[in-house]
Every structure is written in C-alpha cells, then in structure tokens.
Design a protein around this ligand. Structure first.
Ligand code: G3P
Ligand code: MG
Length: 272
C-alpha cells in the first residue's frame, strides 16, 4: 500500500496503519448509545463492557472553557435544561440530568467532562474525540471573541485534557471542520486526525497535505469501493458511521473498510 501524503519535512507522522489489515476498529458511536444515553459515562461503560476499541464522543466547550461531552450545541434534546452549551458554566452543566430523557433507569447521569471520559476509558478503550464547531447562526450570535465558538480553543482544551490525564490509549481527534483539524494539529503535533465527511470526500487530499491525517470517517451513504481505494492509496484508514445493521457491516467489511461506528457495539459480536 502506498503512503502518499505529507512530506518527511512536516512536523507530524505520516499516517500508517498501526495494526494489520483485517483488524477492524470497533467504534461505539456516542458510546453504546442504543443501550444507554448517548455521550454519558453509562454509555461509555457499556461500550467498554461490549469490547469496543474506541468510543466516539462529541466535544464542546462550556462558558468557562471546560471541554464537555455532548452532541448538540444546545442542551434541550439530551438533558433537563434549556439553552446553548456555551452559555453554561461547567458547574451548571453538571447539574443537568443527561439520562432521564433516555430512560428513568438512567436518571442522574451527568454531562461528562472530557477528562472524566478519558479517566473512564483509560487502560480499557481508546477515544475518538470529535470536535464540534458551532453552526454559523450560533457563531454570528456569539459575542465577539467568545472562545467557545473557536475550534482552536476547543483543540487546545482537548490537548490539555490529554496531557493532564496522561492518556496513553488510542486517540483519534476528528472533525468536519478543516479549521478544527488545523487547530488540533497545531496544538497536538503527533495526534491521529480523522477527516469527517457527510456528503463527499471533497477536500480530503488537501486536508491530508495540510495536516497529515490518520483516517477518513465518511457517512455510510458514501460507502463505495473507489472511496475505500482512495483512502488506502493515501495511506489512510477508512471508518464509516453510523452502521446499525450486521448485514451492512458485512458488506462494508467486504469493501475493505478499516473501522465501523455503531450505536450498538453488541453487533460486532455477531460479526464473529
Ligand atoms: O464521528 C462520526 C459521527 O459522530 C459524526 O456525526 O452528528 O453523530 O456527531 P454526529
Ligand atoms: Mg460525533
């Protein structure tokens, strides 16, 4: 397999596979989010119990710049509160209930900080940390210079959390945002980066040249042999999201994909 991509002069390692072909990365999307409330420690523990290699989780900054794990830029879908994540100090976010919306069994689950997620996974599982960028509408509404709207601030906060916790398991930092990937590379010279794509792989080669990627993470609707081959020609892993059907998992494996994200990591056991 060729390893086209960044030149040797660049300050980051050329992406390469770190395990042999055929070793699928089993990724729990927002934790085991089919079985426990997404992006909570309960979902992460369940993913670990089910043998996931990586937990995918979504990171935003609180108003006081603490990286916290939540998917949406507002809290109402998955917690008992209302409003923008970036408008809450971390201590106030932590008072919200992030489990009852899913089932009364999970009442009392909290929005985890990234550090808590890292402590939970340490020695048991890797983390795929997705840096979210606020929508244009919310960015325009934010006061000038507000750090929570700036991917560089999120990347810096992620890098500090990784340093503080001394996390040594597999980490992939991914984003749809080229600015966030660039900022992540600037604050984490050796971290593995994942290029997220939902409509096409446009911009993949340019991003790889610019920041040195490890993987591409396309939406499953983009599954096609030519895209798997393109990723492999560039020396990248290709991991599809979100796949909740074993027959589809088998088809993607037959295409040669390197990783799959699912809401239910128990499905990996059915793959055999
Ligand atoms: O990281 C893959 C996937 O999580 C991207 O989409 O909306 O589920 O964060 P979303
Ligand atoms: Mg995500």
């Amino acid at each position: 397999m060729s390893r086209a991509g960044p030149s040797a002069a660049r300050p980051f390692p050329v992406a390469r596979r770190d395990s042999g072909p055929g070793r699928l990365l089993r990724i729990a999307h927002r934790g085991a989010s089919a079985r426990a409330p997404e992006n909570t420690l309960a979902a992460f523990r369940e993913a670990i119990r089910l043998g996931a290699d990586l937990i995918e989780c979504d990171v935003h900054l609180s108003a006081d710049h603490v990286p916290v794990i939540i998917h949406d830029e507002t809290v109402e879908r998955t917690t008992s509160g209302r409003g923008a994540v970036a408008s809450f100090a971390c201590s106030r976010l932590r008072r919200l209930d992030a489990g009852a919306w899913f089932s009364s069994r999970f009442r009392g689950e909290r929005i985890p900080t990234l550090e808590e997620a890292l402590e939970c996974a340490r020695g048991r599982c890797g983390l795929n940390i997705e840096i979210k960028e606020p929508s244009g509408r919310r960015r325009r509404a934010a006061p000038a210079g507000r750090a929570a709207a700036d991917p560089a601030s999120v990347a810096l906060a992620v890098s500090r959390a990784l340093k503080r916790t001394g996390f040594r398991d597999l980490v992939i930092v991914s984003s749809f945002s080229p600015r966030a990937l660039h900022a992540a590379r600037a604050s984490m010279p050796h971290v593995r980066l994942g290029f997220l794509a939902s409509r096409s792989l446009r911009g993949l080669r340019a991003a790889h040249r610019r920041v040195g990627l490890y993987a591409v993470h396309p939406h499953v609707r983009l599954a096609a042999l030519r895209r798997v081959r393109l990723a492999h020609r560039l020396g990248l892993r290709i991991c599809f999201w979100t796949v909740n059907d074993v027959r589809l998992m088998r088809r993607l494996l037959a295409l040669g994909c390197d990783g799959l994200m699912t809401d239910d990591p128990a499905l990996f056991q059915e793959l055999g």
